[in-house]
Design a protein. Structure first.
Length: 414
């Protein structure tokens, strides 16, 4: 067979990726379509499959290398085949060094990184039990279980002062360490500056947000919504053992409003304003050092229960790094909910090339005037950011009012 060169593109919308681990070694027979190596892109970690069946003759780029999508990384062919012309002078990856020592990459699965971040552990301090020393989730959980019992404030104080918690005799139950057990310097505390290098995801988010602001005429409308009926609907569904969240009700309301106001479900093209037939709502999900926007496809056709199932599945996949590339593409409008952080309202940036994004604040009991009397109602602040090149202020306000009407009369969604 003719030798087959491997380049890490395979239809992905990216410019470069980091090789996390090779799943085969030189000399192994590999099969077309079977996983060959793992790669971390700007958004997720994926498996790249072999493009042909044959012998893995040469691995040109090693684990930890950042590789452009057009660059040769390996060759598949027949055993003994001369491939010297293909790999004559591959570009050597630059090594990063600090104070004369080479910085080594820490190899960890997405779930392990997530667990480490959540527990405040440095993956570099852990021993991996996975293939080739890969740190996996159980390694992190074992490290968490072996840590001395301590309060979060005590752990923070220990980190700030460089104290090893294993050397502290805790004054709490069963030796639990409290902050008072650690001598914390109050005055003249010196802290060193810390440089955090931009990850692939953080760099892409930075570029796209700046591009969105530079390329669209972004304007904002705000409105307050009385969520009393939405609360009542959710409680009634809960009593019937049907679990939905307020965010699911909001997603359904937005999808229905987009059908009534198709200009909000559009994008600006070279040929004009394209009103899209499908309603695919992107749902912003916070992940380690970034933000992903998985897409709920055909949201307008889904019931509240199906929206709940899909939103849960996509959010979990985003946090564990198991989203597929197709689940991050094709959005026509986005929703960002930061209500869990108790924000009354905030302004979101449009996820280009879409023309609008709805920011959801917290639902809070507030004093409002109803029929001339001051009463307490669960209120929620909505902020619509829209592209003024595509839609004017009045129709954008009409869309936002439609969302408000549906949330205040949510039985119209059923």
């Amino acid at each position: 067979m003719a030798s087959k060169v491997i380049m890490p593109k395979q239809g992905l919308q990216m410019t470069e990726g980091t090789i996390i681990s090779w799943l085969a070694k030189e000399g192994d027979v590999v099969e077309e379509g079977k996983p060959l190596f793992e790669m971390e892109t700007d958004k997720l970690t994926i498996e790249i499959t072999a493009p042909a069946t044959g012998t893995l003759l040469k691995i040109v780029r090693e684990e930890g290398d950042v590789v452009p999508i057009t660059e040769l990384i390996a060759v598949i062919g027949e055993a003994g085949e001369d491939i010297s012309s293909l790999v004559a002078a591959p570009a050597a990856p630059p090594q990063q060094a600090t104070s004369g020592s080479v910085t080594q990459r820490v190899f960890a699965s997405p779930r392990a990184r997530w667990r480490s971040e959540e527990a405040g552990l440095d993956p570099a301090t852990l021993a991996g039990s996975g293939p080739e020393g890969l740190i996996i989730e159980k390694d992190v959980l074992a490290a968490i279980d072996s840590r001395p019992a301590a309060t979060p404030l005590a752990r923070q104080a220990a980190q700030e002062t460089g104290v090893n918690l294993t050397d502290i005799a805790g004054s709490g139950p069963r030796g639990k360490v409290y902050r008072r057990d650690i001598v914390v310097p109050v005055y003249h505390t010196q802290r060193e500056d810390r440089l955090i290098k931009l990850s692939g995801m953080r760099r892409v988010i930075s570029e796209r947000m700046r591009q969105s602001l530079d390329s669209a005429a972004q304007a904002v409308h705000r409105i307050e919504v009385d969520m009393s009926e939405a609360v009542r609907l959710r409680n009634n569904l809960k009593a019937a053992e049907i679990s939905v969240s307020f965010n699911d009700i909001i997603l359904k309301s937005v999808a229905r409003a987009l059908l009534c106001h198709p200009r909000m479900n559009s994008r600006l093209t070279d040929g004009g304003i394209l009103e899209l037939g499908d309603v695919n709502i992107g749902m912003a999900v916070a992940v380690n050092d970034g933000l992903l926007v998985p897409v709920i496809r055909n949201t307008d056709t889904l019931s509240l229960v199906k929206i709940r199932g899909e939103s849960r599945r996509l959010a979990e996949a985003a946090r564990t790094g198991t989203l597929g590339p197709d689940e991050l593409q094709g959005g026509t409008f986005s929703v960002s909910n930061l209500g869990m952080f108790e924000l009354n309202s905030f302004t979101a940036i449009i996820n280009s090339p879409e023309s609008g994004i709805l920011a959801i604040g917290a639902i809070k009991d507030m004093a409002v005037v109803v029929d001339g009397e001051i009463v307490s109602r669960p209120m929620c602040g909505l902020s619509l950011t829209y592209d003024h090149r595509v839609i004017d202020g009045a129709p954008a306000a009409g869309f936002l009012r439609e969302v408000k009407n549906l949330l205040e009369n949510p039985y119209l969604l059923i």
